[in-house]
Design a binder for this molecule. Structure first.
Ligand code: SF4
Ligand code: SF4
Length: 436
C-alpha cells in the first residue's frame, strides 16, 4: 500500500490571496479539455554541462537567478490549475529541466501530496521525470517505484559516443553513472525510456547506439531526438531568423561542420539522420518488432493506418504541449522558451485560459499553415507534416523558406519504411480485430 508522506512534508493551508480561476468553455459531447506541459522546477539549472544542451543558456536569456527553484506557492498553483484545467481521465505531469533531481526528494514528496489534494474524483494523475540519471540512488528508485513515475533517462549510446558531449561541469564523463542508474531502475522495476540525442557523432553509428540502448542499458522504450541547433540559438528565437539568410537545402551552409554552416558543429547532418533511422528501423524490424518500442516508428505506423500522430513533431498541428518555468512563466512549447514567445504567468492568468487561448491555437495551426509548397506536394506529407517548426531553417529548391533542415533524411526514412509498412499495418489490424 502507498503511504503518503503528509506528516513529513506538511502542506500549508490553501493561500488566502486571490488566485487565478478558470471557467472552461463547454465542449462537444465526447470531447475533453486536455493539454500537456513540461515543468521546469529548477529552470535551466543542471549538474552537467552537455555541449549540445538547448536549455542551459536560458539562465542568461531569461535572467534566471542562480539556483532557481519553483517556490512552494508556485508549485501549488501549478498543480491546482493544471488539474482544474483538464477534464480527461488522466492528467500527466512531466518534470524536466535543467535537471529536476537537483531539487532532492523532498520537493517530489510535496508534488505527490499536492496532486493527491487536488486530484478530481475518478481522475488519474501520473508523473514523468526526465533525468540525466547521475543523482539517482536507492531512495530515489524506491520513491519513483512507489509513486509510479515513468523515467526518461538520457543516454547517447556506448561510452565513447555518450561521453563525447555529455560531461559534468568539470568536464568529466558521465556514462558510468547513467549505466548505474539504469541498473538501479531495473532492480526496482521502475519503468524507463531511453532518451537519445542523435548528434553529428552517434548518428554515424546506428547499430552501436541501438544495440547498446536495448542490449546493455536494457531499455524497452526508446526516444530518438535529432540534435538541430542554429548557431544563433542562444539569442535568436525560432522563426525570428532573417529569411534572406536561410540557405538552400543540401548546400554546405545547411550541413554541420562547414565554415559557414548555420548550425552548430554537433548538430546531426540531415543525411546521417535518415541513414540512422533507416538502419535502426531494419535492426528493430528484424529482431525487436513487438518487443522494443521506438516512438518515431510507432507514430509512423499509427499515421500509416490513418490514426492520429503520437508525437507532436509528426502531427499536422501542435500546440498541446506547453512549458512552464520555475517562476510560473508559460511558453507555447519547451523549444520556444524565448521572451518573444512568453504567453503569460500562472500567478496572474489561469493555466486553462492560456492553454486554450486563441494565441496558443494559432501557434499550433501555424505548424500546418506555414508549410512550404514543397512539403504540401511531398508523398510523405501525412507522415511528416514538415516535422518540428523549430527545425524549419532552410529553403526548398524553389527558394521558398520554412523547409525543415532534416528534410533529406526524413524523405529517405519515410520512403525506406514503405517496404515493410504494408506487412506491419496488416499485422496490427489483425491483432486489433475483435475475435469472431
Ligand atoms: S514546436 Fe515542435 S516540439 Fe514544439 S509542440 Fe510544435 S512540433 Fe512539438
Ligand atoms: S519529408 Fe521534407 S518535403 Fe516531405 S513533408 Fe517532410 S520536410 Fe516536407
Amino acid at each position: 500500500m502507498h503511504t503518503r508522506p503528509v506528516t513529513l512534508y506538511p502542506l500549508r493551508q490553501a493561500a488566502e490571496a486571490p488566485q487565478p480561476a478558470v471557467q472552461l468553455a463547454a465542449q462537444p459531447q465526447g470531447m475533453q479539455h486536455r493539454f500537456h506541459a513540461m515543468v521546469k522546477p529548477v529552470g535551466s539549472s543542471c549538474n552537467l554541462d552537455c555541449t549540445y544542451c538547448y536549455y542551459l543558456h536560458k539562465e542568461q536569456l531569461r535572467e534566471q537567478p542562480p539556483q532557481a527553484r519553483m517556490t512552494d506557492d508556485m508549485l501549488e498553483q501549478h498543480i491546482r490549475q493544471y488539474i482544474e484545467a483538464q477534464t480527461g481521465e488522466e492528467v500527466v505531469f512531466s518534470w524536466q529541466g535543467g535537471e529536476p533531481t537537483v531539487l532532492g526528494l523532498a520537493f517530489f514528496h510535496r508534488v505527490v501530496a499536492l496532486q493527491a489534494r487536488y486530484r478530481k474524483p475518478g481522475q488519474r494523475v501520473s508523473n514523468d521525470l526526465q533525468t540525466n540519471g547521475t543523482l539517482l540512488d536507492v531512495q530515489w528508485a524506491r520513491f519513483l517505484k512507489q509513486h509510479n513515475f515513468l523515467v526518461g533517462l538520457s543516454c547517447d549510446g556506448p561510452q565513447r559516443l555518450h561521453d563525447r558531449y555529455r560531461l559534468t561541469k568539470g568536464g568529466t564523463p558521465t556514462h558510468d553513472k547513467v549505466v548505474a542508474a539504469a541498473r538501479l531502475l531495473r532492480q526496482h522495476a521502475v519503468p524507463f525510456n531511453a532518451l537519445c540525442v542523435v548528434n553529428r557523432e552517434n548518428a554515424r553509428h546506428p547499430f552501436d547506439v541501438y544495440r547498446f540502448l536495448t542490449r546493455e542499458l536494457g531499455a524497452r522504450r526508446l526516444q530518438f531526438i535529432p540534435c538541430v541547433e542554429p548557431k544563433a540559438f542562444r539569442t535568436v528565437a525560432p522563426q525570428h531568423w532573417e529569411p534572406g539568410l536561410l540557405p538552400l537545402a543540401g548546400t554546405a551552409q545547411a550541413r554541420p561542420g562547414m565554415p559557414d554552416s548555420i548550425v552548430t558543429d554537433w548538430s546531426v547532418d540531415p543525411d546521417d539522420w535518415g541513414h540512422f533511422l533507416c538502419k535502426v528501423w531494419d535492426d528493430w524490424y528484424r529482431r525487436d518488432y513487438g518487443k522494443v518500442h521506438v516512438d518515431l516508428f510507432e507514430t509512423a505506423v499509427a499515421q500509416s493506418m490513418g490514426l492520429p500522430a503520437q508525437r507532436c513533431v509528426t502531427a499536422q498541428f501542435c500546440g498541446k504541449s506547453m512549458a512552464v518555468e520555475h517562476n510560473g512563466d508559460v511558453y507555447p512549447c519547451d523549444h520556444y522558451v524565448y521572451p518573444e514567445y512568453r504567453v503569460g504567468n500562472i500567478g496572474q492568468t489561469h493555466w486553462g485560459d492560456m492553454a486554450y487561448s486563441a494565441r496558443q491555437q494559432q501557434f499550433g495551426f501555424a505548424k500546418r499553415d506555414t508549410l512550404p509548397d514543397y512539403c504540401r506536394q511531398c508523398p510523405s506529407l501525412t507522415l511528416c507534416w514538415g516535422e518540428c517548426p523549430k527545425n524549419r531553417l532552410v529553403r526548398a529548391p524553389s527558394g521558398e523558406p520554412n523547409l525543415n533542415y532534416l528534410c533529406a533524411g526524413l524523405k529517405a526514412f519515410f520512403s525506406h519504411i514503405q517496404r515493410d509498412m504494408p506487412n506491419i499495418v496488416r499485422q496490427v489490424a489483425r491483432r486489433a480485430r475483435p475475435p469472431a
